[in-house]
Design a protein around this ligand. Structure first.
Ligand SMILES: *Cc1c(COP(=O)(O)O)cnc(C)c1O
Length: 392
């Protein structure tokens, strides 16, 4: 069987393996900042690029390379560049591929820090962004300007789980001569492979499901060799330095090994939670792509096969009622992280999306009664009982 027929869960275990002289079974952790050369001539050849090989861990490190190869194999990408966080993956993508004067069309339903990066930081360097509805393909096409270089989206979106049609947007992007970047954090390559659907770039916050146990920060940018290497993403990283540490890479490598079974279990539990919430009298709305009532259920099932692990819901009674649910829990974690085996519960309007303007929150549909639950691997009945206390 050739490597390109292997399923993602097999790739998660059997790719990116380069055993050292000791023939270790579990991947080695190369905790070293630099690498030694045999001679002055070899040092010179490595630095000039005449000879390939490691020099310094800001550039490359074997443990980081193993993770990059594994993640690329799982996403079906030619190349992966690992980064210190998900945010630095987005930054590296922009700094590598764009210049002052370029324009981005982005979903208006993005992770809060991503919105701030586009709105506050990139604007200072004259990279302008137009935000459009995640689901309205015509709006993306209409927002294209002569200097547009990039479409940027997350699907499902955080926290309202809107689904963007990746294949549809990829065809608009291709026609308009712009790159399409998809933040695949919520689905991971187990559920959704944006590159197969026509995206040029995949972004990951490895901090979430790829690690899966809430231990380390990490990120990745994936795409063609042309974009990542000649395009300047790797060169930005090597020069500016938001590199992934070898230790974090090793933790994430180990996390990938169980990604498939975790995602399947997260998806099963989240669907049960969503169904329970939808039937609860104190809940006004439930946002979960796996529910038939979700406006893009059919697209979601085609594109990502399950609803994933994140459920958002609106409690009647606004902020006070939403906070009551949080403050009456004894089991789930009150924290903004997601993608952890432990269930986490967040009030987006005052945490993850608290730093964007009220106006931007209104546009994104993030109301004061909204809660986001990243369903973990506890027994669903126990999570339900924990939420029920604050809903009675
Ligand atoms: C968390 C997150 C990020 C940022 O990742 P960090 O690792 O925290 O920097 C980006 N996009 C999405 C969708 C996220 O959930």
């Amino acid at each position: 069987m050739s490597d390109d027929q292997l399923k993602p869960e097999t790739r998660a275990l059997r790719t990116g393996i380069h055993r050292s002289q000791f023939n270790e079974h579990s991947e080695a952790l190369f905790l070293t900042s630099s690498f030694v050369f045999d001679s002055a001539a070899q040092a010179a050849a490595r630095f000039s690029g005449e000879e390939s090989g490691n020099i310094y861990s800001r550039f490359t490190n074997p443990t980081v390379t193993a993770l990059e190869e594994r993640l690329a194999a799982m996403e079906g990408a030619e190349t992966c560049v690992a980064t210190s966080t998900g945010m630095s993956a987005i930054l590296a993508c922009i700094m590598g591929l764009l210049s002052a004067g370029d324009h981005v069309v982005a979903s208006q339903s993005l992770f809060g820090a991503t919105v701030n990066l586009f709105n506050n930081i990139l604007k200072k360097f004259n990279v302008q962004t137009t935000f459009v509805s995640a689901t309205d393909l015509n709006a993306w096409e209409a927002a294209v300007q002569p200097n547009t270089k990039l479409f940027f989206l997350e699907t499902p979106s955080n926290p309202l789980t809107e689904i963007s049609d990746i294949a549809g947007l990829a065809s608009i992007a291709r026609k308009s001569g712009v790159w399409l970047a998809v933040d695949n954090c919520f689905c991971t390559p187990i559920l959704q492979k944006p590159i197969e659907l026509g995206a040029d770039i995949v972004i990951h916050s490895a901090t979430k499901y790829l690690d899966g146990q809430g231990r380390v920060l990490g990120g990745a940018v994936l795409g063609s060799r042309e974009l990542m290497m000649e395009g300047g993403v790797f060169s930005f990283l090597r020069t500016a330095g938001p590199t992934l540490s070898a230790f974090n890479a090793w933790v994430i490598l180990k996390g990938l090994e169980t990604l498939k079974v975790r995602i399947d279990a997260h998806s099963r539990n989240a669907l049960q939670m969503a169904q329970w919430l939808a039937a609860h009298p104190k809940i006004e709305r439930v946002f979960y792509p796996g529910l038939q009532s979700h406006p893009q259920h059919a697209l979601a099932m085609r594109q990502q096969s399950t609803g994933g692990g994140i459920v958002s819901f609106e409690v009647s009674g606004g902020r006070e009622a939403a906070w009551r649910v949080i403050d009456n829990t004894r089991l789930v974690s009150i924290t903004a992280n997601l993608g952890d085996v432990k269930t986490t519960l967040t009030h987006p309007a005052t945490t993850t999306h608290g730093r964007i303007s009220q106006e931007a929150r209104d546009v994104a549909g993030i109301t004061d009664g909204l809660l986001r639950i990243a369903v973990g691997l506890e027994a669903v009945e126990d999570i339900q009982a924990d939420l029920a206390r604050g809903l009675s």
